[in-house]
Design a protein around this ligand. Structure first.
Ligand SMILES: NC(=O)c1ccc[n+]([C@@H]2O[C@H](COP(=O)([O-])OP(=O)(O)OC[C@H]3O[C@@H](n4cnc5c(N)ncnc54)[C@H](O)[C@@H]3O)[C@@H](O)[C@H]2O)c1
Ligand SMILES: CC(C)C[C@H](N)C(=O)O
Length: 366
């Protein structure tokens, strides 16, 4: 595989392949862009079919974090890690400590947190080896699990998208199909149920489905049925690429708004759903609650401040919809424009040479 060509295409800065024989760690840290600040993005643990697939996921997710952080107004760049392995059976203390040492070796260029397959407990172990980790236990004065906060942001963003599609942001009586009822979606379903929405859910994990049926009176459907159910809103909250050639023709929803990263398989799928009149809340704008929350931890965590910032996801989705209407472009392009313009402005303002404290010239007493 022509890795450098791939890096050049989307302008990635760095890829770090991490191997530790003793613990079995195989991880890929991808750093996409650090114009706005150090790369901040979670660690996913997943049993990939191939190493190529793992790399592709790390790259896509890292780029997504660049855009997510930029669009959310955070002063962080984008990066992400994937650990290759089954989170239900391959985890160990020594594996996460080994990974923590690799994170530390980047000296702050990359800061990690939770993603699919990793937990607060895993972050606490990583923290034994590095300070460049967030989403650790509240006992350390930190923010803990970002998922409930992500859910709150998705709920707010969904309301903003609903306002555009239905003329009201009230979700009472709306039917919402939720794909994947894991960490984020469980909390999302709670908000939706409280507001009086009807829920249809699916998950590959039977116990998660049963929990949603029990707690929120949700109707359960098979995993491949979720795309075609009669509903007002489709909420993808599992993995990526679910808006694709196979699924698009099945959609009945007027809104797509969920927590999953990289929901569009290819950008052309964003064009197609736009032409179909579906209001798509761009994934990295609507699911920024978690990263906003862990970013707050880096300045001394204040939950009230973090939640206030997360509420602004409502306005951010509105802003993206306004740009989309003004410029006659799909919402995913409007979101990209928002993020890219901010990064470009900062990039262009960083042109002059600065002598930093530890710069090599200091050695010559200049
Ligand atoms: N956790 C966060 O704070 C956060 C923040 C931003 C974005 N996200 C994204 O949101 C999504 C969900 O994250 P999470 O933390 O809730 O993860 P999670 O692992 O707790 O939940 C994902 C759920 O999806 C299910 N699932 C996987 N494949 C499926 C399929 N084909 N059909 C149906 N269900 C399937 C899993 O069994 C699991 O229950 C991910 O894409 C993640 O990257 C999470
Ligand atoms: C920093 C983390 C909270 C990142 C989160 N997993 C996301 O995709 O946004």
């Amino acid at each position: 595989m022509a890795i450098f060509d791939q890096m050049k295409n989307d302008d990635y800065e760095q890829i770090v392949f991490c191997q530790d024989k003793n613990s079995g760690l195989k991880a890929i840290i991808a750093i996409h862009d650090t114009t706005l600040g150090p790369a901040l993005g979670g660690t996913r643990m997943w049993e990939y079919d191939s190493e190529e697939q793992a790399l592709e996921d790390a790259l896509r997710l890292a780029k997504g974090m660049t855009y997510k952080n930029a669009a959310a107004g955070l002063n962080y760049g984008g990066g992400k890690t994937v650990i290759i392995g089954n989170p239900n059976k391959d985890k160990s203390e020594e594996m996460f400590r080994a990974f923590g040492r690799f994170v530390q070796s980047l000296n702050g260029r990359y800061i990690t947190a939770e993603d699919v397959g990793t937990t607060v407990e895993d972050m606490d172990i990583i923290h034994e080896e590095t300070d460049f980790v967030t989403g650790i236990s509240p006992a350390f004065g930190s923010s803990g699990n970002p998922a409930p906060v992500t859910a709150y942001g998705v709920y707010k963003g969904m309301k903003a998208a609903a306002e555009e599609a239905f003329g009201t942001d009230c979700l009472k009586g709306k039917t919402i199909a939720v794909q994947g009822v894991g960490n984020v979606a469980y909390h999302l379903c709670n908000y939706l149920h409280e507001e009086g929405a009807e829920l249809i859910v699916t998950d590959i994990k039977k116990s998660s489905v049963e929990r949603a049926v029990r707690d929120f009176n949700a109707k359960a459907v098979d995993t491949d049925e979720i795309y075609s159910v009669q509903c007002d809103i489709f909420s993808p909250c599992a993995l990526g690429s679910v808006v694709n050639d196979k699924t698009i023709s099945q959609f009945k929803a007027k809104v797509i708004a969920g927590s999953a990263n990289n929901q569009l398989k290819e950008s052309r799928h964003g064009d197609i759903i736009h032409e179909m009149g579906i209001i798509y809340a761009p994934d990295y704008v609507i699911n920024a609650g978690g990263v906003i929350n862990v970013a707050d931890e880096l300045i001394g965590y204040n939950r009230e401040r973090a939640m206030k910032k997360v509420e602004s996801i409502y306005d951010n989705i509105k802003k993206v919809i306004d740009i989309s209407k003004r410029d006659q472009i799909p919402t995913y392009r409007a979101a990209d424009r928002l993020a890219e313009e901010r990064i470009e402005k900062i990039k262009n303002s960083r042109t002059q040479f600065l002598l930093r404290e530890k710069h090599i010239l200091r050695r010559k007493n200049l």
